[in-house]
Design a binder for this molecule. Structure first.
Ligand SMILES: Cc1ncc(COP(=O)(O)O)c(C=O)c1O
Length: 400
């Protein structure tokens, strides 16, 4: 009789031949438990999703409540569903007046796709500019924004008229012209290993977009919902993007994404042609109920207020002679090691000792830390103690 792992490898489509193949039994608070009952710190929140940790009772209650009322009733945009309206209203109340409307979608990639369609329609232009070394999703439009030609070649033809600027290079902002439909960028580049913006860069980018009539689309799929120490990164950096893409932590652990913009801007998806982007499961009632409970919990418990302090504690406790630097934007953090070869040993030793950390897509010297925002100061100390042991082990064994 094959075991669970063998059945997984046989019947579940694999994304690589180096799957973590971690066997999850349950998850609670900031911990994951494997099928042998071993407990691990979840220091990645399933890539910035489980910001309130696992099994939050308010989110669970909201899901159960919604489950009793109804699940899917109609494709997005046709029925008035209470959980959708409640969540959109609560979210808009937290944002500047300019943002009145939330277009519900399902995944981060779909949010990026829809934002690109919206930009073309709104500006009647075709060129889209992204930053090098950014990840915006795996569907063909979102993948077209990836700058690494070698990776993308296997999927050609992708979208034409995509160009790139180097993040933080103000002199390249001139590439944004009155031919550019949109710039799509993150406030902090997550997958290149937490590459934060220099002072004034994003503001200069926003000004250039204003001058040229280009839509400024901010990808807050990873930075949103408190991850960087304010509800959204744009608020912290004093920005006013035209469109904000959200996803990941939005659904409190269920799939949900969307575009935030003015009603006027989003109206371009509803006319000439109508139904400019339709989606069966966008704004699923169960996800919206979880999203509403999650946001309400964040607000009631002022979760974002402690993010910077927690991030500073990680920084302090992660100093070691194999750590070159800790780059961080709130609890989105990258720990860069002095030598590339240490990385896999640190990741596997930490796992063995009970802490789950992960790699980045575009940085092979750093590991990712994006713990649930609710991690306590005591838990941070314990988790960092494990990471210190993994650093010591890797240094002693592989420093030659
Ligand atoms: C910044 C950013 N944008 C977009 C995406 C794509 O989101 P999804 O995987 O939900 O399609 C991701 C996913 O990692 C992301 O980090």
């Amino acid at each position: 009789m094959p075991n669970l792992r063998q059945l997984y490898l046989q019947h579940v489509g694999q994304t690589s031949d180096f799957s973590l193949a971690f066997e999850v039994e349950k998850a609670e608070g900031v911990f994951l438990y494997d099928t042998k009952g071993k407990k691990y710190f979840d220091l990645n929140s399933g890539i910035s999703v489980s910001s309130l940790g696992h099994g939050n009772p308010r989110i669970k209650a909201a899901i159960k409540d919604q489950l009793e009322k109804h699940l899917h009733t109609m494709v997005y945009g046709e029925h008035v569903q209470q959980s959708q309206v409640q969540f959109a209203t609560l979210l808009m109340q937290q944002l500047p007046d300019k943002y009145q409307s939330l277009y519900f979608l399902l995944t981060g990639s779909e949010a990026i796709e829809t934002a690109m369609k919206l930009a073309k329609k709104r500006t009647n232009r075709r060129q889209i500019i992204a930053a090098k070394d950014a990840y915006h999703g795996s569907t063909q439009g979102a993948e077209s924004l990836r700058s690494d030609e070698n990776y993308k070649r296997a999927f050609y033809p992708l979208l034409p008229a995509i160009d790139w600027i180097t993040f933080n290079k103000e002199e390249e902002l001139e590439l944004i012209t009155d031919q550019t439909a949109a710039v799509i960028i993150e406030a902090t580049q997550a997958e290149s290993g937490v590459n934060t913006a220099h002072n004034g860069y994003l503001q200069a980018l926003q000004n250039r977009c204003e001058q040229t009539g280009t839509l400024f689309i901010l990808d807050e799929i990873q930075t949103g919902f408190g991850r960087t120490g304010s509800l959204f990164a744009f608020q912290k950096y004093g920005l006013s993007p035209d469109v904000i893409c959200i996803g990941k932590a939005m659904g409190g652990g269920l799939p949900l994404s969307g575009l935030i913009a003015s009603q006027e801007c989003l109206s371009f998806l509803m006319k000439d042609p109508a139904l400019g982007h339709i989606t069966t499961f966008g704004g699923h009632p169960l996800s919206c109920a979880a999203a509403h409970a999650s946001l309400q919990y964040m607000l009631d418990h002022k979760i974002v207020d402690k993010v910077e302090e927690k991030s500073a504690l990680f920084n302090q406790l992660l100093q070691h002679n194999i750590v070159r630097e800790v780059r961080r934007d709130g609890l989105l953090m990258a720990v860069e090691l002095t030598k590339r070869k240490y990385l896999k040993h640190v990741v596997s030793k930490a796992h063995e000792l009970g802490a789950i950390i992960d790699y980045f897509l575009f940085n092979d010297k750093s590991f990712r830390l994006a713990p649930p925002l609710v991690i306590s100061f005591e838990e941070i100390k314990k988790a960092c103690h494990i990471l210190q042991q993994a650093f010591d082990y890797s240094f002693e064994k592989y420093n030659h």
